[in-house]
Write a protein that binds this ligand. Structure first.
Ligand SMILES: Nc1ncnc2c1ncn2[C@@H]1O[C@H](COP(=O)(O)OP(=O)(O)OP(=O)(O)O)[C@@H](O)[C@H]1O
Ligand SMILES: [Mg+2]
Length: 234
């Protein structure tokens, strides 16, 4: 069997939102192919549909038209259960606001995807502790999200997205709430992780100072993705 090197493939994606008798055409024929280990940034004006695109690519929302496959398996069209199963197996997601569970420690938050994939608690926590140690949070395992700094919380969120060894991590403005130094640190961590683990990253960002760290930069304009030079300002 051939090794699958295309991690994510999307063809002809259309997405519209209907409100009353008005339809907003947000995605109007998006094509995207992501190779194993590739780091791709998506930029575009506010309201251009970047978050909507990540959500449909992650199978968190339906498409109106088009096909998406993740590691060769159909993400759209597919049932909700099939999409959830694919996400758990192959994908991690990082939000602008960490979305960690407030009552759970850093360790428990990171262990959650492993528990959902059926790993016993002790093993899940051991692997999670090792990963948190590797990313410099070994002394924060029992901290609750509220007891961590913003930068630390995002690092925990990245660890949670990575712990089950996915093929792809999607992130929607993961550095958007951080100061410049913490943002640069988080980005460096993501680059290091993609190089050491081979995980691909698809990242929405407004931060043009980060763009040189990506293999490709794509701009979402009028519902379509266009190539952009990595150091363009827009
Ligand atoms: N659930 C929804 N129902 C109706 N309209 C929506 C919904 N979600 C998004 N939209 C609309 O779709 C468009 C794209 O929204 P989206 O959040 O994807 O933009 P974005 O590029 O992520 O913007 P930002 O940079 O501000 O985060 C916007 O005009 C928004 O109002
Ligand atoms: Mg958005």
């Amino acid at each position: 069997m051939n090794e699958v090197t295309t991690i994510l493939k999307a063809e002809g994606i259309e997405k519209r939102f209907v409100q009353g008798d008005e339809a907003i055409e947000v995605l109007d024929g998006v094509d995207l192919s992501l190779a194993a280990g590739e780091r791709v940034a998506i930029v575009g004006r506010s309201g251009s549909g970047k978050s909507s695109l990540l959500h449909v690519l992650a199978g968190l929302d339906d498409v109106n038209h088009g096909q998406i496959s993740l590691v060769g398996e159909p993400m759209a069209p597919a049932s909700n259960d099939a999409r959830t199963a694919l996400r758990r197996k192959y994908m991690g997601f990082v939000y602008q606001q960490h979305h960690l569970l407030p009552e759970f420690s850093a360790l428990e938050n990171v262990a959650l995807p492993l528990r959902l994939n059926g790993l016993p608690q002790r093993q899940a926590e051991q692997q999670s502790g090792e990963l948190l140690g590797r990313i410099g949070l070994g002394a924060r395992l029992r901290h609750l999200p509220a007891q961590l700094s913003g930068g630390e919380r995002q690092r925990v969120a990245v660890a949670r997205a990575l712990v089950h060894q996915p093929k792809l991590i999607m992130a929607d403005e993961p550095t958007g709430n951080l100061d410049t130094a913490s943002a640069a640190e988080l980005m460096a961590l993501m680059v290091e992780l993609s190089e050491s683990s081979g995980v691909a990253f698809l990242v929405v960002t407004h931060d043009t100072s980060m763009l040189h760290q990506f293999d490709r930069v794509l701009t979402l304009v009028e519902g379509k993705l266009q190539s952009a030079a990595a150091n363009d300002d827009e």
